[in-house]
Design a protein around this ligand. Structure first.
Ligand SMILES: [Zn+2]
Length: 657
């Protein structure tokens, strides 16, 4: 037996034993009581002074005053505690921003006029209006003890040792409020119009086994057993074979080079699907077929942005998907530059009759993308004649990025397009210099009826329980630029390769493994909706649905959204992936666009996590071509997915829901 097998078995046995609770780690101080070592004043506009006084860290009253931690800090499985006091003022005296896996939240203590406690934001709702919200009476000049515990599925908060927040984070969208609070990341404390004093700041790591949320505290530990030896052997054969192969990359390259971009409702997508179905049949996959999906057809047509003043110059641009066009000859108007929606509503009179440019620097995709999706609606409400966004990207070689946008009934539909980050920044600088910028935007984009697309389905039928199904896939449509290689040709090929290798090695798990390549993800997800409707009767027997739609870079692990019992059962699989592929990370972020509708019907969902450091160089751009996909990284993604779905499909007992 190989070392990784032994480790996977040992971990399984450890979980069966109920998990020996690790001794609690000692607390580590975050504040020495004398200096601001490890902390820096956070550069909020209108901040008060930060000082150390009488052994406490004091945030003097300003608008928003804060400090942030400048050293390493964990993102999960930790506890943090501090004591906080409101010295002067009537608003929050502890706005504690902290990491929760890849996301951040802020714990507000004493906000909204003095008494609100809660976490910002849960599913987009602030601390004063979500499930964590409560009211507490806080006295000035009194110390309050706060303790925070963050594990992969739960965030809990104690106030004077009374638990006031017990949040199951699974399936929830965690984010910060829009604006300056972002500067508190990864860990920071702030006060609002209030002088606050802080002391006894400290943290400690906690073992994941000690981390069960309170609701589960009385239950017996989740059953979890090691994987059967023959399952582990099959997983090992898959990984060994797939890592040595470039077959996936060659297929992806042929797909990309032959058909190019595959936008919803396009002939190119239809031809690509024909080609895939034929090759899947050649591979010997089972039940290979397309399933029809009605989709609207939007076409970009011709488009341009020309700067008319202070200097004539054509700027690279991309219209956003679903935008209306301009009248022939285009729209020429001066530009108003804003950096958020609040500023736009304050300056609405200036925006009337103009082109609004949202020059919003990239923070996180989920945060920054709102200006792309919602920008035309907000600009039109202010009376603008067109709107532009700085492309949603953290890195750029003057490449505009397209993407989805929306209109709202009752609000005029105005053209909406993206500029490269470099040009958005330059326009903002010119306007700030007092040199008005006038642009001409010309677009012939329009909706042109509907077409029928197909979802692709292929299977390896299960040897014992063929009616129980493990789904894995990606989305076969792309934007109409580039080749849709990282988004999401790679994810599709990674899923397809997993089945091809099972077939090639003669591996047939207990349950059916089904590859689904959804259509229309980029334009609204009609493929995912159609799959859910067409397979409604089967959904109670869908064991899990896994999607790869974050690029096929070096895989890191998987997110899983489902029950704790299922999560515990997957632990040996994560251990195997950690040993064999360095892809053992497990968190609770399982949701992706095409599997979200299945989660709504109770199907547990999983997402492949990859190193996304370079994703936004190419995402939704002309640069998303197959040369950006590393053959080895693609093979590793594919091998990780193959091992994961094989393990689940081959469990002796079905993965618990
Ligand atoms: Zn995608």
């Amino acid at each position: 037996m190989k070392l990784w097998m032994l480790r996977a078995l040992v971990l399984g046995a450890w979980l069966v034993g109920g998990g020996v609770r690790a001794a609690e780690a000692p607390w580590r101080s975050l504040f020495d009581g004398k200096t601001q070592a490890g902390w820096a004043a956070t550069p909020f506009a209108g901040a008060g002074e930060v000082e150390v006084r009488d052994g406490t860290l004091v945030l003097n009253q300003g608008i928003l005053t804060g400090v942030h931690w400048t050293n390493e800090f964990p993102t999960v499985d930790y506890e943090l505690s501090l004591e906080a006091q409101r010295v002067l003022g009537i608003d929050f005296f502890c706005g504690l921003t902290f990491p929760v896996g890849p996301d951040h939240l802020t714990l507000i203590v004493g906000g909204w006029g003095g008494s609100v406690v809660g976490l910002s934001n849960i599913d987009g709702d602030s601390a004063n209006q979500n499930a964590t919200t409560s009211l507490e009476r806080f006295e000035s000049g009194r110390w309050y003890a706060l303790r925070l515990r963050v594990v992969s599925t739960n965030v809990s908060v104690w106030l004077d040792e009374r638990r006031i927040i017990d949040l199951d984070t699974r399936g929830k969208r965690l984010s910060l409020r829009e604006g300056e609070i972002e500067r508190s990341k990864p860990l920071g404390v702030a006060s609002w119009s209030t002088t606050a004093a802080l002391r006894q700041l400290r943290w400690r790591p906690i073992a994941a086994a000690a981390a069960a949320p309170s609701a589960d505290a009385g239950r017996p530990p989740a059953p979890a057993a090691a994987l059967p030896a023959e399952t582990l052997t099959a997983m090992d054969r898959l990984v060994s074979g797939m890592l040595a192969s470039r077959g996936g990359w060659d297929r992806l390259a042929e797909l990309c080079d032959t058909f190019g971009a595959r936008p919803s409702a396009s002939p190119a997508l239809d031809s690509a699907v024909d080609w895939i179905l034929a090759r899947m049949r050649d591979d010997g996959l089972e039940n290979v077929h397309g399933e029809p999906v009605a989709v609207p057809r939007w076409e970009r047509g011709t488009e341009s942005v020309e700067m008319l003043s202070p200097r004539r110059e054509r700027l690279p641009m991309l219209g956003l998907g679903g935008s209306v066009g301009t009248p022939p000859g285009g729209i020429s108007a001066p530009v108003v530059v804003v950096t958020n929606f609040a500023e736009l509503s304050q300056r609405a009179p200036e925006a009337r009759g103009r082109i609004v440019l949202f020059d919003v620097p990239f923070t996180e995709y989920g945060q920054t993308v709102r200006f792309r999706t919602q920008g035309a609606v907000e600009a039109a409400k202010a009376g603008a004649v067109a709107s532009l966004v700085r492309s949603v990207a953290d890195d750029s070689l003057r490449t505009p990025h397209t993407g989805a946008m929306r209109y709202e009934d009752g609000v005029p539909r105005i053209p909406h397009a993206a500029l490269a980050p470099e040009d958005a920044g330059r326009i903002a600088r010119e306007v700030a210099r007092g040199r008005p910028v006038t642009l001409r935007l010309e677009m012939s984009a329009s909706e042109r009826g509907t077409a029928t697309n197909r979802n692709v389905v292929a299977e390896i039928r299960g040897r014992e329980k063929p009616d129980e199904i493990v789904v894995l896939g990606g989305h076969i449509d792309s934007w109409d630029v580039g080749q849709g290689a990282q988004d999401d040709g790679g994810g599709c090929v990674a899923a397809w390769e997993a089945l091809r290798w099972m077939k090639k090695l003669g591996l047939r798990p207990r349950r059916t493994v089904r590859c689904v390549l959804w259509t229309d993800e980029e334009r609204g997800g009609r493929g995912a909706q159609a799959y859910r409707e067409a397979h409604a009767a089967e959904l109670p027997r869908h064991v899990v649905a896994l999607e790869a739609d974050a690029g096929t870079f070096t895989p890191l692990g998987f997110g899983f959204t489902g029950s704790d019992a299922a999560r515990a059962r997957l632990a040996p699989v994560h251990a195997f992936l950690g040993d064999r592929l360095g892809a053992g990370k497990a968190d609770s972020r399982g949701v992706a666009a095409d599997i979200a509708p299945l989660l709504e019907r109770g199907v547990p969902v999983m997402s492949l996590h990859v190193d996304r450091a370079r994703y936004f160089r190419v995402h939704h751009t002309e640069a998303d071509t197959v040369d950006k996909v590393d053959p080895e990284a693609l093979a590793r993604c594919s091998a990780a997915m193959a091992a994961m779905v094989y393990a689940i499909a081959d469990l002796p007992e079905s993965l618990p829901r």
